[in-house]
Design a protein around this ligand. Structure first.
Ligand code: ATP
Ligand code: MG
Length: 428
C-alpha cells in the first residue's frame, strides 16, 4: 500500500468544529476594524517576487530566508505572499484608491506563507488580519489605529498583554543614528553573533532585533534611536505618546523595537502577551511614509498593522473566550429503513431544508439502531424514519432524541414537522 501523503511541515489543517470557530475569531476581529471605518480588500495569494524584495527589504528575514518563490511556465518569478501590506499598497496604487489629499482605511485578511521553523504559534501557512490607513496622516491616526487593537484586547479578554512602542526616526535623522550605531556595533563585534556581523554591514538597525541572549546584553546598552530623533520625529513621538495617554492606553517604551521589515518610519509598535511563550507578538505594525513612493506610487504616508489569527486563537483559548459553537449543527436526521423509502426520504430532506431546518439524510437503509448511531454522530436533535409500515400508510415517524417523544406525521406534513422541530431547537 502506498504511504499516505501528509500535509507539508508547518502547514495545518483546521478541521471541524475548530474551522467554524477560527472563522469566527477572524470575523469578530474584522468587526472591530469595521467599527473603525475600514473597508475590506481581497488580495491575491501570490505576487511578483520583486514586490516583496523591493518593499520589505533585501536584508530581512522574510526576503533572505522565508519567502516561497517560484517561477511559472513563462519564466516569471513569483512569491507566495509573506505579508499583506506590500500587496495592499500595490493594489491601492494600481486602482488609484489612495490619494495624497484624503484618508482611506483598508483591511485584508487571509493566509500568509513563510518558510520558518514551525513551533507553537509559528507556522509556514498562517493567517493575518491587517489594516492600513493611507493619506495625509497625523500622529493621531497612529493612535487611533492602535486604539482599535486595544479594543480587540479588551473584547477578547487577551491575557497579560503589553503594548511596546518606539519611534524609528525618518530619512532625515535615521542615517546619522545609523552611523553611530554601526560604530558601536563594530566596537563590540567580538560579543555579537555571526548574523549580527552580517547585518551590521547590510541592515544595522535589524541587529537590535537579535534574540540571542549574549547579543541582547550588548544591544541593550547600544545608543538609542529616540535620543537622536530630529525635531519632526521627536514631536511625532511625543504626540503619539500623549494621544495614548489621553485614551488611557498603557504602553511601554522599547528602544529595540525596529520590526522585521525595512519600510517602517517613525512609530513602530507591538502588542505582546506573556501567555504566548516565545512567540509573544500577536499584533504589530507601524508607520511607513516612504513605501508608496518606493513602489512607484505617489508620495502617500501610511500606517498599518497585522494581527496573527493563530496567536489570537491561542490567547482567546487561554482566556476562555473562544466563540461558542452553534448548537446543534444538525437539527434533523432522516433515515429510510428500506430501499423503497429512499425517494420519500430524499423528498423530506429537501423540504425540511426549504423550511430552513439543517437536515442530513442517510440513505443506505438498515436497522433502526444504525439510524440512532448516525443521528448521535451528527449531534442531531430529531430523527425521522420511514419503514415498511410508514411507507404503506404514507407517514413518517419523528423522534425527539432529547425527550424520546415520538410523533407520527403524514409524509407531506412538512410545515407541521418543521414547526415542531423549530419550537424545540429555538425556544422563543
Ligand atoms: P515574529 O517576530 O513573531 O516572527 P514578525 O515580526 O515576523 O513576527 P509580522 O510580519 O509583523 O511578524 O506579522 C504580524 C503578526 O503575524 C505577528 O505579530 C504574528 O502574530 C503573526 N505571525 C507572523 N509570522 C507568523 C508565523 N510564522 N506563524 C504564525 N503567526 C505569525
Ligand atoms: Mg518573523
Amino acid at each position: 500500500m502506498p504511504s499516505p501523503i501528509r500535509a507539508p511541515r508547518g502547514i495545518k489543517d483546521i478541521i471541524p468544529p475548530d474551522a467554524f470557530r477560527f472563522e469566527k475569531v477572524l470575523k469578530e476581529a474584522e468587526e472591530i476594524l469595521e467599527l473603525g471605518g475600514f473597508q475590506k480588500i481581497l488580495l491575491p495569494l501570490f505576487e511578483s517576487a520583486a514586490l516583496f524584495s523591493r518593499s520589505i527589504g533585501g536584508a530581512t528575514d522574510i526576503v533572505e530566508k522565508e519567502m516561497y518563490t517560484f517561477s511559472d511556465k513563462g519564466g516569471d518569478l513569483f512569491a507566495l505572499r509573506p505579508e499583506g501590506t506590500a500587496s495592499l499598497l500595490r493594489a491601492a496604487i494600481e486602482h488609484h484608491l489612495a490619494d495624497p489629499g484624503r484618508i482611506v482605511r483598508l483591511s485584508y485578511s487571509g493566509p500568509m506563507f513563510r518558510h520558518e521553523r514551525p513551533q507553537a504559534g509559528r507556522l509556514r501557512q498562517f493567517h493575518q488580519l491587517g489594516g492600513e490607513i493611507l493619506g495625509p496622516l497625523t500622529p493621531s491616526e497612529d493612535v487611533d489605529l492602535i486604539a482599535l487593537i486595544y479594543k480587540m484586547a479588551g473584547a477578547f479578554s487577551i491575557p497579560s498583554w503589553t503594548l511596546l512602542l518606539n519611534n524609528m526616526g525618518c530619512p532625515d535623522c535615521r542615517p546619522a543614528y545609523r552611523e553611530i550605531l554601526v560604530e558601536y556595533l563594530k566596537k563590540h563585534q567580538q560579543d555579537l553573533c555571526a548574523t549580527c556581523h552580517h547585518r551590521t554591514l547590510v541592515n544595522p538597525l535589524r541587529v537590535l532585533d537579535c534574540k540571542i541572549p549574549s547579543c541582547q546584553i550588548v544591544l541593550e546598552a547600544a545608543p538609542r534611536i529616540t535620543d537622536f530623533l530630529c525635531d519632526k520625529s521627536r514631536l511625532h513621538f511625543l504626540e503619539v505618546k500623549s494621544g495614548l495617554e489621553a485614551l488611557e492606553i498603557p504602553y511601554t517604551l522599547s528602544h529595540r523595537l525596529v520590526r522585521g521589515l525595512d519600510y517602517y518610519t517613525e512609530t513602530t509598535f507591538e502588542f505582546v502577551s506573556d501567555a504566548l511563550g516565545a512567540q509573544s507578538t500577536w499584533a504589530a505594525g507601524g508607520r511607513y511614509d516612504g513605501l508608496c513612493q518606493e513602489l512607484g506610487g505617489p508620495d502617500i504616508p501610511g500606517f498599518g498593522f497585522a494581527a496573527g489569527i493563530e496567536r489570537l486563537w491561542l490567547l482567546r483559548e487561554k482566556a476562555g473566550t473562544l466563540p461558542v459553537l452553534p448548537s446543534p449543527p444538525v437539527w434533523l436526521t432522516v433515515f429510510p429503513l428500506l430501499q423503497e423509502a429512499r425517494p420519500s426520504a430524499l423528498r423530506l430532506v429537501q423540504e425540511m431544508r426549504n423550511l430552513s431546518i439543517p437536515t442530513t439524510g442517510y440513505f443506505g437503509s438498515g436497522k433502526i439502531k444504525s439510524a440512532f448511531r448516525q443521528a448521535e454522530r451528527d449531534r442531531s436533535r430529531f430523527l425521522a424514519f420511514i419503514g415498511e409500515d410508514e411507507l404503506a400508510s404514507g407517514t413518517v415517524q419523528v423522534k425527539n432524541l432529547g425527550t424520546g417523544e415520538q410523533i407520527s406525521y403524514g409524509l407531506k406534513e412538512w410545515n407541521r414537522i418543521a414547526q415542531e422541530i423549530q419550537k424545540t431547537v429555538l425556544p422563543s
